[in-house]
Design a protein around this ligand. Structure first.
Ligand code: MN3
Length: 225
């Protein structure tokens, strides 16, 4: 990850920013070692997911934007929010690969060694919207299981001090509706098949053990509300 990408990603409004006209977007470095999430997420899955799948989204996004320098200069969250203004010829590519780049950049950030649960305003919002952290995690699991085919499950702000859980197909995201997600869980088979095969429920239970709630809590504090 470039310094500028790191700075903007640490703010709540993921504004991954183009770097240069030739290769505007770059693959962010993982903020931990490949095996840091073992045994919940195995190192081989992390390696393939990051260096093959995520890299391909970055490369294909750059390819799609090669003839569109004005679009390539926009922060990624703006591009995704304003998809209807992207030319027809590249809109699907920007949606799928720009979406893939944004979603995975957030995914790597919100994972990490468990250090405790949600804090501060986020803890309050979870209590208000779901009753408890356990109830919220149960809803994340159930919603993740309900995604047919490939997609994501999201925790997003709702109103001034509430939260919602939503799902999206493919590489779509709340950013495309102008909302900044707090966390996203990848439920594409490539996220878990090597270790969990068809057992998405087991993967969802595992990934919920390695959420960096400190970072998610910080994202919530930084959102303009
Ligand atoms: Mn993925």
């Amino acid at each position: 990850m470039t310094r500028r990408e790191a700075i903007v990603l640490s703010a709540a409004s993921l504004t991954l920013k183009a770097q240069s006209p030739a290769t505007p977007f770059t693959l962010p470095k993982l903020p931990y070692a490949l095996d840091a999430l073992e045994p919940f997420i195995d190192a081989r899955t992390m390696e393939i997911h990051h260096t093959k799948h995520h890299q391909a989204y970055v490369d294909n996004l750059n390819k799609a934007l090669a003839t569109q320098p004005d679009l390539a200069r926009q922060p990624l969250d703006q591009l995704l929010k304003n998809l209807p203004q992207v030319p027809d010829s590249i809109r699907t590519a920007v949606r799928n690969h720009g979406g893939g780049h944004a979603n995975h950049s957030l995914f790597w950030e919100i994972l990490g060694k468990p250090k405790g649960g949600p804090k501060g305003q986020l803890a309050k919002a979870i209590a208000k919207s779901f009753g408890s952290q356990t109830a919220m995690e149960e809803k994340l699991r159930a919603s993740g299981l309900s995604v047919f085919g490939s997609g994501w499950v999201w925790l997003s702000p709702q109103g001034p001090d509430g939260l919602q859980i939503e799902t999206s197909p493919n590489q779509d995201s709340p950013w495309m509706a102008g909302r900044t997600p707090l966390l996203g869980l990848d439920v594409w088979e490539h996220a878990y098949y090597l270790k969990y095969q068809n057992r998405r429920a087991d993967y969802l239970a595992a990934v919920l053990q390695v959420i960096n709630w400190d970072l998610v809590s910080e994202r919530y504090e930084k959102l303009a509300r």
